[in-house]
Design a protein around this ligand. Sequence first.
Ligand code: FES
Length: 72
Amino acid sequence: MLCMWDYRKVGTRICVCFDVSNTDALQTWQETPSVGELTRRYSCGNNCGMCIPYFAELLAEWQRGTWPATGA
Ligand code: FES
């Protein structure tokens, strides 16, 4: 079966180890736009670290205004 996990889809869990979604990230970044803040608040990256590149990409896209997509 093809994996359809889409880290850009709003509401998707990004950090499996600590159950943190990209929605949690968006709420955090309204106040403090950094991946480190996610680690401080939710411990993201403090176990396997697999989520960090995804959060970093989402933060970059959010700051460019390209994520989350509007409309559809
Ligand atoms: S997926 Fe985030 S620390 Fe493992």
